[in-house]
Write a protein that binds this ligand. Sequence first.
Ligand SMILES: [Zn+2]
Length: 140
Amino acid sequence: MEDNIKILIEKALDVRKNSYCPYSNYAVGASILAEDGNVYVGANIENASIGGTICAERSAMTNACSSGARSIKIIAIVGGKVDQNINEMDWAFPCGICRQFLNEFASEETIVVVAKSSYEYRMFKFNELLPNAFGPNNLE
Ligand SMILES: [Zn+2]
């Protein structure tokens, strides 16, 4: 588990380099270990329309989903200003939209890792970050 988390944080830090964030200068990377055993990554991609911007978490999840993965085991997130030291990231928690988006593919076992570096991170159960969520079960 701990080895997996460090690998996921490294992958999130790596994909963060591809963040397209000319408006906020806030670069975020996310990596997802899916139920299929594969890791999917994504960075935030901003847009001049602002509303067209997508966060790293949704970027990673759309990558996973487009590859056929439908369930998140662990998601790791790193974020900070573009030129910020990669060993001193912010505690970049997922925004409200991302929490709702990820809920679609989360389970009671899903773990969210928010990392400042590969050795300093916090872990949460997904439902701690979005309690009483509205999800697919509500529409059955
Ligand atoms: Zn977000």
